[in-house]
Design a binder for this molecule. Structure first.
Ligand SMILES: Nc1nc2c(ncn2[C@@H]2O[C@H](COP(=O)(O)OP(=O)(O)O)[C@@H](O)[C@H]2O)c(=O)[nH]1
Ligand SMILES: [Mg+2]
Length: 195
């Protein structure tokens, strides 16, 4: 559930970019940060290792407007994808309002994507959510790479639920805002029913 502060008239929504290591989650956040006005964004906090991989999370707050006089802020997080950071992923999913699952479209990353997708379901359940209820959007990233799977193959593997899905080349910004805006729309829709 979103954190609604009635006294301050503020609503804070948590949107989490989930997916295998190196699928492009941090790249999404970096692009959003680079294309957003300083008026609406806070600092992009990113904690990379020397190999430039996220060890704990990336975090970007975005002011996205008002609903019924309440200031609405999206807090965008990415999780570390590497298998051994499962405790971090669980912590980051706590209080989540919407999930963007970032798939690396390359054939050789299919097992890593599938493992991460299963891990998402397990960890969502542990924080009291289910895959079929949480606002979920899928992003098929790296559409510019060689040896990628077709969208219909990917849809069969990751989108049996028929949630909104988007193709992306996050490195070039393609599809990044489509994915975010659609997720925001779904999250805000469920919010409107709760205030
Ligand atoms: N070819 C290609 N590379 C990408 C794309 N998006 C991200 N990358 C690269 O993939 C690598 C991992 O990206 P990163 O955002 O750190 O992945 P994360 O582990 O999910 O946060 C980086 O070298 C990115 O530049 C894309 O759309 N196409
Ligand atoms: Mg990262």
């Amino acid at each position: 559930m979103s954190f609604i502060d009635h006294a301050a008239k503020e609503i804070n929504c948590k949107i989490v970019y989930y997916g295998a290591g190196m699928s492009g989650k941090t790249t999404n956040l970096q692009y959003i940060y680079s294309e957003t006005s300083p008026l609406v964004k806070g600092e992009l906090v990113t904690l990379p290792t020397e190999k430039e991989r996220t060890i704990y999370f990336d975090f970007l707050p975005l002011a996205v407007g008002e609903i019924r006089g309440y200031r609405v802020r999206f807090h965008l997080y990415s999780v570390p994808g590497q298998v051994f950071y499962d405790a971090s992923r669980k912590a980051i999913l706590n209080g989540v309002d919407g999930v963007i699952f970032v798939v690396d479209s390359r054939v050789r990353r299919i097992d890593a994507n599938l493992e991460s997708f299963d891990n998402l379901e397990i960890n969502l359940n542990l924080v009291g959510h289910t895959m079929d209820k949480i606002p979920l959007v899928i992003q098929y990233n790296k559409r510019d790479a060689k040896n990628i799977m077709s969208i219909s193959e990917l849809e069969q593997l990751f989108n049996k639920q028929k949630v909104p899905s988007f193709e992306a080349i996050a490195k070039k910004g393609v599809g990044v805002f489509d994915t975010l805006k659609n997720t925001g729309k779904i999250v805000l829709k469920s919010l409107r029913q709760n205030i």
